[in-house]
Ligand binder design. Sequence first.
Ligand code: MG
Length: 273
Amino acid sequence: MKLAQFFQGQELQLGIVEGEKLSPLVFTGDFHAWLKAGKPLTTTGMTLQLDQVKLAAPVNRPGKIIAIGLNYADHAAEGKRDAPKQPLVFAKFPNSVIGPDEAITWSATITEKVDFEAELAVVIGEKTSSCQPDEALSKVLGYTCGNDVSARDLQFGDKQFVRGKSLDTFCPLGPWLVTADELKDPQKLAIRSRLNGKIMQESNTADMIFPVAELLSFLSRHFTLEPGDIIMTGTPSGVGVFREPPIFMQNGDLIEIEIEGIGTLKNLCRNKI
Ligand code: MG
């Protein structure tokens, strides 16, 4: 099932996407209220045209966003880094989340090296601590496309990640989440990014060094994972900063993240004046 969050005026509401249609849930309230209410799935019976609806991120304001660095060997190699022996963990602040078709924005006084990273984003479905890899996928509510937008000048200048990865709008998620019952194996999904229509990254989640089940098990031994938490599982090679010459996103650019079985997340770039 494709579960989307959309705007009803100023309020967020959930619905189920089928083809070009969206069926609103009877339940009124946002994703977090829906989790608290026990994930009711009854639909109203009416349908809306998807292209007439303004979608939001499938998870607005997650409790935490845990991101994994260097989780594809070809990406570690392009950055001239050894593949990590255990997951490299960092955080993005929840204020960075935006939805599909919202603008990624930044001020040139803060950064001039804004890069894209196509990532499979995992949405946690139940409270989890110290789980084993073989039970980890049962804790997943679903999967969505994520863009781990990165201000490389801040990231490399600071020698740690949080500022360069957490600017407002730097974590696009969407266009919806696909529930885990429909995506039983998250390790065989084609993943790509396109900048202004040109393919920049093209890989498969089979190439992750630490697969989703191992990541969740590892993370849950350190921090309790809560429903609605997001795990960004790392990006394959082809990011802008390691190209010759480097490519950074510019005002007016369109960046797309596409993952097999999920869909395509599209965001325009806008400089703040
Ligand atoms: Mg990343």
